[in-house]
Write a protein that binds this ligand. Sequence first.
Ligand code: ATP
Length: 305
Amino acid sequence: MSAVEVSGLRKQYGGVSVVDDLSFSIEQGEIFALLGPNGAGKTTAVEILEGHRRRDGGTVDVLGFDPETGGRPFRERIGIVLQEAGFDEDFTVAELVRLYRGLYPRRLAADAVIEQVGLADKAKARVKTLSGGQRRRLDLALGLVGDPELLFLDEPTTGFDPSARLRAWDLVQGLRQLGKTVLLTTHYLDEAEHLADRVAVIVRGRLVALGTPADLAAAQQSAVVSFRLPPDATIGDLPVLGPRPIAHGADWEVATDHPAAMVHTLTGWALGRGSELPALSVRRPSLEDAYLALIEQAAPAGTRP
Ligand SMILES: Nc1ncnc2c1ncn2[C@@H]1O[C@H](COP(=O)(O)OP(=O)(O)OP(=O)(O)O)[C@@H](O)[C@H]1O
């Protein structure tokens, strides 16, 4: 059975569609990521699924409930981790986790959750003394303590240092092993690639791609060739490669379905002028490569708000 079924979902503000005929389903135990540029409609869609906004059209089933009418029995089965949850800053971490725990009939041990998110040494600290990353970990603890079947995670690792981020990823992956379903929104493509079983890409309220990160990456181009120019060359000196190389720091990258021919052209040019091509590499496209290509196709630069 699906944890979430969305069909033909619509929402308008002032006559403008911000969610436009959106359909997808999320299986139980799946980690599902919603991706899209700023203003794409992700938050609107997620808040409709959480029961915090009303839809204008379509059907939504979350854990067997219509979120608009599910009431308390529905809310007790979901967990929401917001980017900026407001709470009383004078509480300590342990107090706040216990307070939230008291709101749910099914619950986890407060100390275990605090430990899980890596805040054990801050359990007695007041919320106002926490760093930004520690607050985000507290948000995660508050979302988990009611032992939800479905967890909404809104940009869960923004502001985390790299090791806290890996730890949060482990935690989210641990949720999958417990059979929990996770709906993740994130702007970090590596996070979605690492965590999500499937991703949906939304642009201007419409679904433009849905699949596993590997499928999405493979659907765009078969390879990315990257290289640096010889010190005495400029990009204009290169032979015509078909697709235009794109600057990536000191490197140039070109996406292609014909990596062998591309490398042949590039190395032939370099050898012909008696130089090397530093840092030449061929790699499989990442989810980020595919995402950027999808966004560009759906809303070319210059047409975006
Ligand atoms: N209450 C509202 N009234 C009017 N317009 C709104 C309202 N809420 C959202 N919008 C508009 O709907 C569009 C989608 O917003 P939404 O917050 O869902 O995007 P998002 O994909 O979550 O963006 P971000 O990545 O920036 O968080 C935006 O153009 C936004 O201005």
